[in-house]
Design a protein. Structure first.
Lengths: 409, 383
C-alpha cells in the first residue's frame, strides 16, 4: 500500500500544479491511478464492495480537492464508484440465483419479521428488489420500498454467502475485484477512444458547402472537422481566435495543414459574422446535469449570437465530461482566473497595476476568467460518444453513468 | 357561458338551449360535485377561509340536516355499502390538513382492501378498481386524487403478478405498503427540501405563490440551515394563502413581504427565483396549480428569472392539457366583499396550467428534474 500512497501523492501534486493539460489526459490518468488503488487494496471477505468504495472515495476526495476546476476528475471518480456498485450487484444476483435461498431480505420490515416465519421469496424477487436499489428512484419503485434498504443487500449478500455450503464462496468474493478492474479497463478504453467515436458522427451533421464557426481550440472539434473532410465534404471554417490565449490561431494552422479552408476572426466579430454561418460547433470543458455547458470564455457570446440568428449550436463532449452536479452547486467551481499577464504587459502597466500595498497611484485591476457558462436553452445538440442528444436528455445519461449516493464526496 | 370562441353571441344562442350552469345551484355543493370543486373546498376549509357558502352549510348542519354524504354518490354505484365507505373514508382522511390528497386516497383504498372479502388477487383487484373509479368520479377536479389512485392500482397489478403465491401474505403486504405511503409522502417532502437547499443562496429573494406544504418545508429547512433570504408572497385571492404563509414564515423569523397578485410584475426585478408547489404535474412537464401561477411564470420568464416547482412524484398525472380550458373545470366561489349585479359573471376557475417552457426545474423526491423527464417517468410506470 505505501507505494500506492506515494503515487497518489505524486498525482495530487501534478494536479495542483496544473501539470496535466486537458480533461481527457486528466481523466485517463485518474482512472489509471484508481485502477492501481483498487488492485492493490486488500479487501476483507465480507462487504467487499463497501471497502473498495471507501478506498476509492478517500483517494477521490484528495484528487478533487487538488484541482476542483477540472470537473473530469470528479466525474471519473464517480464513474468508478458506480462501476463498483454495479459489479457487486450483478455478482450478488448471480449468487442468489445459484444458491438455495434462505431468509434473504430486501426490506427493513422483513428483517424484523424474520422471527415470525416470513415465507421465503423466490430468487427472482430478491434480484428484482436488489436491482431496484441501484436504479435511481422512480415512480415504479415509489411504493416498493424505502431507499434506506440500499445497505441491506450488502449485508444480506454476505449473510447468505456465509450460510451457504458451496465452495464457490471464496471464488465469488475474489471475482468482484477482477470484474471491477475489467470494467475500469473498459472505461479507460472508452475515454481514450472518445475522439474517434465522436468524429464518426461528423458526416451526419456537416453537409456540403457549409460554413462552420468554432471558438478557441479543441482537439475534439479538430478531429470532428477532419473526419468530415476525409469523407469528401467540402466546407469552410471560421475560427474565432479565443483571446487572450489565442488558441484559435493554433487550430487554424492545424486545419489548414489538413486541407480545410479556414478564416480567422476576432471574438468581437462573432456577432458580425454569425449571419453567414450555418452551424456553430464547440468543444466543452464540462457538461452539467441540467444540460448547461462550461466552455472556454467567449462561448456564451457565440451561443447568444447563434440563438439570435437561429443557427444550430452544437457541443461536442466526451463521456468523461458529463458532470452529475448542477451549476448552482457550491462545490462546482465554474471558473478559474488566470494570470493578468496574458492580457496586459507587466512592463508597460507596472505603474497602474495593483501590486498590493496601497501606493496612492490609480489602481487597475485585471480579471482573466478561463471559462464561460452556457445555459441549456441555447444549446441545440450535444454530440457524445454515444450519439447525438437533446440537452434535456442529459439527465438520462447521468442516471446511467452515476449513482445518486456518490454525488456528495 | 364564456366559451372559447370570440363569437360569444352564437354561443349564447347555443347555450340557452342547454341546461343552466352551476351558478344557480350555489346552495348545495355536495349535491353537484362537478360545479364546485370539492378539492378546493377542502383546501379552503384547511385554511380556515370563511365564505358565505361555508356559513350556509354550517347553518344547515346546525339546523340538523342529516348526513349530506347520503346525497353524494352519483347513480352509477352498485354495492351501495362498499362505495359509501370509500368516499366517507376518503373524506375523513382528507379533512386532516397535514395529509396530502394522494395519501388520503391511498388510505381509503387500503380501507377497501381491509374490508374486502375477496379470496383471490383478481377479485381484490377488481374491487379496488371499482372503488378507485368511484373516488375519481366523485371529485373529478382533484388531480392528486386521480394520480394517487392510478399509482396504487398500478402497483397492485404489478406486484400481484410477480411475487406471492400466498394470497393472505400478498394482501397484508399491500396493506402495509399503503399504510407506509403516508410516511413516504412525509419523507418525500424532506427529500425535496434537502435537494433544493443548494439553490437557495445567501441574500436571495424568493417569490412564493400559493400555500404549498412542500414549499413551506423547503423554506423551513433553509431557515434552519441559517441561510439569509427573504420571501415575497402573493396575496393569493381568493384563498388568502399569502396571509397564512406570511404568518407561518414570520414565526420562523424569515423576512416576509406581502404583495397583491397584481404587483408581481412590479416586484419581479428584485426577485431571484420563484418557488411554487403543484396540484398536479402533467405529462408535458407543465404544472397545474393555483390560479395565478401561469401569470407569474410568464412574467418570470420574460425577465429571465428561474421558476422552480416543488412536487412529490405521485402528483405526476397522465394528462396532457393543450390550453387553459382543456382540463376538467374546477370552480370555486369567490367573494368580492360587495354585492355584484346579477348579470355580471365571475371567472371562478380555481387553477391554471403552466406550460413546461416557462418552468426551469422540478424538485421531486425522484431528484431534481427538468420538465421533459416527467413523460419519461410516466412511460416507465405505465408501459
Amino acid at each position: 500500500m505505501p507505494d500506492v500512497q506515494s503515487t497518489v501523492l505524486e498525482f495530487v501534486n501534478k494536479l495542483r500544479k496544473r501539470k496535466i493539460e486537458g480533461s481527457q489526459a486528466t481523466a485517463r490518468c485518474t482512472v489509471e491511478l484508481l485502477r492501481s488503488v483498487i488492485s492493490q487494496h486488500r479487501v476483507p471477505h465480507a462487504n467487499q464492495a463497501s471497502a473498495l468504495i471507501d478506498a476509492v472515495k478517500a483517494v477521490g476526495e484528495q484528487l478533487v480537492a487538488a484541482n476542483p476546476v477540472e470537473l473530469a476528475v470528479g466525474n471519473v471518480v464517480r464513474r468508478v464508484l458506480h462501476i463498483i456498485r454495479e459489479e457487486d450487484l450483478s455478482l450478488t444476483t448471480a449468487a442468489m440465483g445459484g444458491l438455495d435461498l434462505l431468509d434473504a431480505s430486501d426490506d427493513d420490515e422483513d428483517v424484523c419479521n424474520k422471527g415470525i416465519g416470513y415465507p421465503a421469496m423466490s430468487a427472482a424477487v430478491v434480484a428484482a428488489a436488489a436491482r431496484s436499489t441501484l436504479r435511481p428512484p422512480s415512480l415504479q419503485t415509489l411504493l416498493e420500498g424505502t431507499p434506506e434498504s440500499a445497505t441491506v443487500p450488502y449485508t444480506s449478500s454476505s449473510g447468505a454467502d456465509s450460510e451457504s455450503k458451496t465452495a464457490d464462496k471464496s471464488s465469488i468474493t475474489r471475482k468482484l475485484k477482477h470484474d471491477v478492474i475489467e470494467s475500469v479497463n473498459q472505461l479507460i478504453h472508452e475515454i481514450a477512444g472518445c475522439h474517434e467515436q465522436i468524429a464518426e458522427q461528423a458526416i451526419e451533421h456537416i453537409h456540403q458547402n457549409e460554413v462552420i464557426l468554432t471558438l478557441g481550440s479543441s482537439r475534439t472539434v479538430l478531429e470532428f472537422l477532419c473526419a468530415a473532410k476525409e469523407k469528401k465534404r467540402s466546407f469552410r471554417v471560421f475560427v474565432a481566435e479565443g483571446a487572450p490565449r489565442y488558441q484559435g490561431h493554433l487550430l487554424a494552422k492545424e486545419l489548414v495543414a489538413r486541407g480545410l479552408q479556414t478564416t480567422v476572426i476576432t471574438d468581437s466579430a462573432v456577432f458580425a459574422m454569425i449571419s453567414r454561418v450555418n452551424m456553430v460547433i464547440i468543444g466543452a470543458h464540462a457538461v452539467m446535469a441540467n444540460g448547461g455547458v462550461i466552455g472556454p470564455v467567449g462561448v456564451n457570446m457565440a451561443a447568444l449570437a447563434a440563438k439570435k440568428h437561429a443557427v444550430p449550436f452544437v457541443v461536442l463532449a466526451g463521456c468523461h465530461k458529463l458532470c452529475p452536479l448542477y451549476p448552482h452547486n457550491p462545490e462546482v467551481l465554474l471558473n478559474e482566473l488566470r494570470s493578468p499577464s496574458e492580457l496586459l504587459d507587466f512592463g508597460e502597466f507596472s505603474d497602474c497595476l495593483d501590486f498590493g500595498a496601497g501606493s496612492g497611484s490609480p489602481l487597475l485591476q485585471v480579471v482573466n476568467p478561463t471559462f464561460d457558462y452556457v445555459p441549456p436553452n441555447l444549446v441545440s445538440l450535444f454530440i457524445t460518444d454515444t450519439g447525438g442528444h437533446n440537452p434535456s436528455y442529459m439527465y438520462r445519461l447521468i442516471a446511467d453513468y452515476y449513482s445518486a449516493d456518490d454525488l456528495v464526496m | 357561458m364564456w366559451r372559447r370562441s370570440a363569437s360569444f353571441i352564437l354561443d349564447e344562442r347555443r347555450s340557452s338551449n342547454s341546461p343552466p350552469m352551476a351558478d344557480t345551484t350555489r346552495g348545495g355543493p355536495f349535491q353537484n360535485p362537478d360545479a364546485i370543486s370539492a378539492y378546493y373546498q377542502t383546501r379552503a376549509a384547511h385554511h380556515g377561509v370563511i365564505t358565505s357558502d361555508w356559513l350556509a352549510q354550517a347553518q344547515a348542519a346546525v339546523g340538523g340536516v342529516s348526513g349530506e354524504e347520503q346525497t353524494v354518490s352519483p347513480a352509477a354505484e352498485s354495492g351501495a355499502d362498499k362505495t359509501f365507505n370509500v368516499i366517507e373514508e376518503f373524506n375523513g382522511w382528507r379533512k386532516q390538513p397535514d395529509l396530502a390528497e394522494a395519501v388520503a386516497a391511498i388510505r381509503a383504498l387500503a380501507a377497501v382492501i381491509r374490508a374486502s372479502e375477496a379470496t383471490t388477487m383478481m377479485e381484490l383487484e377488481i374491487e379496488l378498481k371499482k372503488a378507485s373509479d368511484t373516488l375519481k368520479s366523485w371529485d373529478k377536479t382533484s388531480i392528486s386524487l386521480t394520480a394517487g389512485c392510478d399509482l396504487f392500482i398500478r402497483y397492485v397489478t404489478r406486484t400481484s403478478a410477480l411475487e406471492y403465491e400466498d394470497f393472505n401474505s400478498a394482501k397484508s403486504r399491500l396493506l402495509e405498503r399503503a399504510e407506509k405511503f403516508g410516511e413516504i409522502s412525509c419523507k418525500a417532502r424532506k427529500i425535496i427540501a434537502m435537494l433544493s437547499q443548494d439553490f437557495i443562496f445567501d441574500g436571495c429573494t424568493i417569490l412564493v405563490h400559493g400555500l404549498s406544504r412542500v414549499v413551506l418545508e423547503i423554506l423551513k429547512t433553509a431557515a434552519q440551515n441559517n441561510k439569509l433570504f427573504r420571501v415575497l408572497c402573493t396575496e393569493g385571492r381568493p384563498d388568502g394563502t399569502g396571509v397564512l404563509l406570511a404568518n407561518e414564515l414570520s414565526k420562523l423569523d424569515i423576512p416576509v413581504k406581502l404583495l397583491l397578485d397584481s404587483a408581481v410584475a412590479y416586484s419581479m426585478d428584485e426577485v431571484d427565483m420563484v418557488f411554487v408547489g403543484a396540484d398536479g404535474v402533467v405529462e408535458s412537464g407543465g404544472v397545474i396549480n393555483m390560479m395565478g401561477t401561469y401569470q407569474i411564470a410568464l412574467v418570470a420568464h420574460s425577465m429571465n428569472k428561474p421558476v422552480y416547482v416543488a412536487a412529490e412524484s405521485y402528483k405526476f398525472a397522465r394528462l396532457y392539457p393543450l390550453d387553459q380550458k382543456d382540463m376538467a373545470p374546477a370552480l370555486r366561489p369567490i367573494e368580492f366583499g360587495i354585492k355584484i349585479a346579477a348579470k355580471v359573471e365571475v371567472e371562478r376557475s380555481a387553477r391554471d396550467y403552466t406550460p413546461p417552457q416557462y418552468l426551469t426545474l422540478l424538485f421531486t423526491d425522484l431528484g431534481v428534474l427538468s420538465p421533459s423527464v416527467v413523460s419519461d417517468e410516466l412511460i416507465q410506470l405505465y408501459l
